[in-house]
Design a protein around this ligand. Structure first.
Ligand SMILES: NC(=O)C1=CN([C@@H]2O[C@H](COP(=O)(O)OP(=O)(O)OC[C@H]3O[C@@H](n4cnc5c(N)ncnc54)[C@H](O)[C@@H]3O)[C@@H](O)[C@H]2O)C=CC1
Ligand SMILES: O=C(O)[C@@H]1CCC=N1
Length: 282
């Protein structure tokens, strides 16, 4: 065991839960060790299954009262509509000082606090690049968890999976979800579209996919390396009157890509907000 406070139960080890657990255990000598974690899921996802088989991470089919009593931290990564009934059933057994972190989209702190009253609860939005330590998590705490000590505990859990930011206005969480939670899907769709366009121009399918993937990954790595802000990096590729300019003009045409992205983020934000009011029973 490492110096993590108590055992970490990960409730729901599907696609996002697996990515988080992989992020936690990415470094052989990271802050969290395999012994610290129990994956609670009757059908763990592929990534979680690999951790069970290769790293000896413990697994349970259900969060029983006996298991709940052993937890220092509960990370909730089940589907949003299951959160309220599943957590309410734990109320008598989860220790009052156990830290609860929910990464469920559109599940507000008030829903979590109704299910598990008087506990430190943090609502976070993560994303799947967490699996390789390149995730983005944004957190908001309820009043009980709003202390430096809890902030440190949360960061010890989420920093091995990537960057961590805090907000104090929970209403921004649906916008966060629409940008960094859903964002990897937008980037993958762009990559698919780039590969399809490459193929349409006559490149063989395998080469088209390699060019699209490496271009998106390389551009991301350049931004991450701090070689300039996105607009500067774009200008560095764009020779006046050259090929890139012609391509960008087509992308910007009639509102083009920026308008599409604006609509996508706005639609995702609205969906998150609707899920939130449904889950809170508003
Ligand atoms: N997939 C993503 O990129 C992101 C997902 N999220 C949130 O993470 C949560 C999970 O999403 P995904 O991983 O995509 O879904 P998923 O369907 O891949 O995983 C859900 C897992 O929960 C398990 N499960 C269901 N009921 C359970 C129970 N009572 N006890 C234990 N395990 C149970 C299922 O067997 C499944 O493995 C959602 O609330 C979602 O909003 C948040 C950020 C990003
Ligand atoms: O699609 C969803 O609702 C979740 C939240 C962000 C990514 N996946």
């Amino acid at each position: 065991m490492s110096d993590i406070e108590g055992r970490i139960g990960l409730l729901g080890a599907g696609r996002m839960g697996s990515a988080l657990a992989q992020g936690w255990l990415r470094k052989a000598r990271g802050g969290i060790s395999a012994d610290d974690i129990i994956l609670i899921d009757p059908r763990p996802g592929v990534g979680a299954q690999t951790l069970i088989e290769t790293r000896g991470v413990a697994q349970a089919d259900a969060l029983t009262p006996e298991l709940a009593r052993t937890l220092g931290t509960l990370v909730v990564a089940i589907k949003p509509d299951q959160v309220r009934p599943v957590l309410s059933a734990l109320n008598d057994d989860l220790p009052l000082d156990a830290l609860v972190i929910s990464i469920c989209a559109g599940v507000p702190l008030r829903t979590l606090s109704k299910a598990l009253p008087d506990r430190p609860i943090v609502r976070a939005m993560a994303n799947t690049p967490a699996a390789i330590g390149e995730g983005m998590s944004v957190c908001v705490a309820n009043p009980i968890a709003d202390t430096k000590a809890f902030e440190k505990r949360v960061e010890r859990l989420l920093k091995p999976a990537g960057l961590v930011e805090w907000i104090s206005d929970e209403r921004l969480m649906d916008a966060v979800t629409a940008v960094s939670g859903s964002g990897p899907a937008y980037v993958f769709l762009f990559t698919e579209a780039l590969a399809a366009a490459a193929e349409a121009e006559g490149l063989p399918r395998a080469l088209a996919l390699t060019l699209a993937k490496q271009t998106v990954a390389g551009a991301g790595a350049l931004m991450k390396a701090g070689q300039g802000e996105p607009d500067e990096l774009r200008r560095a590729v764009t020779s006046p009157g050259g090929a890139t300019q012609a391509g960008l003009d087509a992308l910007m045409n009639g509102g083009g890509l920026p308008g599409l992205v604006r609509n996508a983020v706005s639609a995702a934000e609205r969906r998150g907000r609707k899920m939130g009011s449904q889950s809170a029973g508003d």
